[in-house]
Design a protein around this ligand. Structure first.
Ligand SMILES: Cc1cc2nc3c(=O)[nH]c(=O)nc-3n(C[C@H](O)[C@H](O)[C@H](O)COP(=O)(O)OP(=O)(O)OC[C@H]3O[C@@H](n4cnc5c(N)ncnc54)[C@H](O)[C@@H]3O)c2cc1C
Ligand SMILES: NC(=O)c1ccc[n+]([C@@H]2O[C@H](COP(=O)([O-])OP(=O)(O)OC[C@H]3O[C@@H](n4cnc5c(N)ncnc54)[C@H](OP(=O)(O)O)[C@@H]3O)[C@@H](O)[C@H]2O)c1
Ligand SMILES: Cc1cc2nc3c(=O)[nH]c(=O)nc-3n(C[C@H](O)[C@H](O)[C@H](O)COP(=O)(O)O)c2cc1C
Length: 510
């Protein structure tokens, strides 16, 4: 989502302003041999998937681990971005830090692992690194006159309105998917097709009241160490949905429910799946202050923008699957998706640019794979190609559960196909047939054509579920390349690696 990129570019600008000769690059764009010639290497990386490197760093990591190059001359520092809710917190940063040490490089400073919002901690790291570099270099170059960090474009929170909230799936079908239009008039937000929008939601007031009742505290209660009343903390600032590890540990230690205590000791993660803070707090007699101290800050949720500014300059459209499910004796709802669905007329948003997820020149063919809510950015791409009258061919693979209930934007997609904006449309409705049919099955069926498009320079985009769909699509892509390019597995991987480094295979998956 560009967090690591933002932190890295801010650091590079600070180094430049301090007079160091610095070059900022995506990790995949660095040949490991180039590290032999460098004196200092500052790396910022997030972690993706299950403890994996992000797409634009994975090839670098493969190369760095493929051979033991001596790096005794190199001084390095690693800043790791992540989310402590994942099992392998900041794993990519940790692996990189350990590998560089194993190759003989020397740490300029200890690695910092950042959970969630990164700006403040990253700025402190940058200040430390610049100071250490200045001290390490005997004669640091003088800052260029008037050189100040250029200041990267900042995207601020904007209070706005949701003007359209429309059901996309058929009413009362098993999964609710909604279309939203967020008013950007006068907001100063100028988005591009492919960007995302962060929604700063508040917690469900019914859930907040239930939690207050369970804790036996009033909304105006002030918890030691906090300025704002408890009701405001629980509504606006703290995550009361997904139980933090600290809360799991607290409840595990204090509950008199033996089976819950055992589960929290042995397999807390899977046992807590679907439970929220109230479910856990009910299991033990806890003081309000100690519960609040375990809660994590409430974070915004990202949504891929489903429109093009060329067609909708004053609004950003979103395609959101509403998280609603039953766990035990209670109905649960996701923070942001139910906020949008049920209470989101007035909301706060923030632009999250996605510099890698961009349309190529209008003449270049594109292949889009976006089942479920993954359709969102491709609706934006198709609108853009329609407005510009792009000559390049466009091919969409879409899928969902049933055609009758979840052909999201079906009429619009059919119209794009009739108008020729969409040259090819392949659909995979997984539950309309005896055996499951997914988008990657359609890709394999059309493998010869798909490989031909890629060989002719098409860009491939994937959006939607990261855990299952994106992995399946990636495996299918490699198989298609191997079969139709007549390559062995290594050759197919090299072909795909070339697509990745040239930014012709990009993913917006979650
Ligand atoms: C770059 C990016 C782009 C995205 N784009 C989109 C998009 O276009 N459309 C979209 O819909 N989403 C998108 N997402 C996902 C989105 O950001 C949210 O994660 C999603 O809407 C859920 O948020 P929430 O606040 O409603 O749920 P949360 O409060 O975060 O709750 C989610 C949690 O609920 C639990 N849960 C969910 N379902 C069940 C279940 N059936 N049974 C038990 N437990 C369950 C799980 O613990 C899950 O982690 C995107 C994410 C990213 C990172
Ligand atoms: N982790 C989970 O178990 C889980 C489950 C559902 C949704 N989600 C999340 O919910 C959000 C919204 O989901 P969504 O609207 O995009 O819909 P989705 O639940 O991802 O489903 C869209 C389509 O993808 C299919 N699908 C399932 N497994 C697949 C695979 N391995 N390869 C390719 N396609 C596959 C689904 O089929 P079938 O459902 O018929 O198999 C369905 O037809 C996403 O963030 C997603 O990650 C997570
Ligand atoms: C699909 C997905 C998987 C993630 N997996 C991990 C993980 O395994 N470990 C971790 O610490 N953080 C994980 N994160 C959190 C990100 O690393 C974190 O949000 C980071 O700030 C993103 O930075 P970026 O925008 O530079 O990618 C994941 C985030 C997403 C969306």
């Amino acid at each position: 989502m560009g967090n690591a990129e933002d932190a890295a570019m801010t650091c590079a600008e600070a180094c430049q302003a301090a007079g160091f000769a610095v070059e900022a690059r995506e990790l995949n764009q660095i040949g490991v041999d180039e590290l032999r010639a460098a004196t200092h290497f500052l790396a910022v990386t997030s972690t993706f998937g299950d403890g994996e490197f992000p797409d634009n760093a994975a090839l670098f990591w493969n190369a760095l681990t493929a051979q033991d190059i001596p790096l005794d001359h190199l001084s390095f520092a690693v800043l790791a971005l992540g989310d402590i809710g994942y099992d392998l917190f900041c794993n990519a940063g940790r692996l990189l830090d350990e590998r560089l040490e194993a190759l003989g490089a020397t740490r300029l400073t200890e690695r910092i692992d950042i959970d969630g919002p990164y700006e403040r901690a990253a700025a402190a790291w940058t200040t430390d690194v610049v100071t250490l570099l200045a001290a390490a270099l005997a004669e640091p170059p003088a800052p260029a006159p008037g050189a100040e960090p250029a200041g990267r474009e900042r995207h601020h929170r904007v209070a706005t309105r949701c003007t359209v909230n429309r059901l996309l799936s058929v009413a009362d079908s098993e999964r609710e998917v909604r279309h939203y239009e967020i008013d950007l008039t006068g907001s100063g937000i100028a988005y591009r097709a492919g960007d995302s929008l962060a929604v700063h939601a508040t917690n469900d007031p019914v859930l907040v009241d239930a939690l207050l009742a369970q804790l036996g505290a009033a909304p105006d209660h002030i918890v030691a160490g906090h300025d704002e009343p408890l009701g405001t903390l629980l509504t606006e600032h703290l995550d009361i949905r997904v139980p933090s590890r600290a809360l799991q540990a607290l409840v595990g230690a204090r509950t008199r429910n033996a089976s819950a205590a055992a589960a929290l000791r042995t397999h807390a993660g899977s046992w807590c799946y679907g439970k929220d803070v109230l479910d856990l707090v009910r299991l033990a007699d806890l003081d309000v202050g100690e519960v609040v101290d375990t809660l994590r800050p409430l974070q915004f949720r990202d949504y891929s923008i489903a429109s093009s500014p060329l067609m909708h300059p004053d609004s950003a459209h979103l395609t959101v699957s509403t998280v609603r499910y039953t766990c035990g004796d209670r109905r649960h709802g996701g923070v942001a998706s139910t906020f949008l669905a049920d209470r989101g007329e007035n909301l706060t948003v923030q632009l999250r640019p996605n510099h890698r997820f961009r349309l190529p020149d209008p003449a270049v063919p594109i292949i889009m794979v976006g089942p479920g809510t993954g359709i969102a950015p491709f609706r934006g791409f198709l609108q853009e190609r329609q407005v510009t009258g792009a000559s390049g061919q466009s091919w969409l693979f879409f899928g969902d559960r049933h055609r009758a209930t979840h052909y999201l934007y079906g009429e619009e997609l059919d119209a794009f196909a009739r108008a020729g904006t969409l040259s090819r449309l392949d659909l995979a409705f997984s539950r309309d047939s005896e055996t499951k049919t997914y988008v990657q099955h359609r890709m394999c069926e059309r493998g010869a054509d798909l490989f031909g498009w890629l060989r002719d320079g098409a860009h491939l985009y994937v959006c939607g579920d990261a855990d299952r769909m994106a992995r399946g699509v990636d495996a299918a892509l490699r198989e298609i390349v191997a079969v139709h390019g007549r390559l062995d597995a290594a050759g197919a991987d090299a072909f795909v690696a070339d697509l990745i480094t040239s930014h012709r295979y990009v993913r917006d998956v979650y």
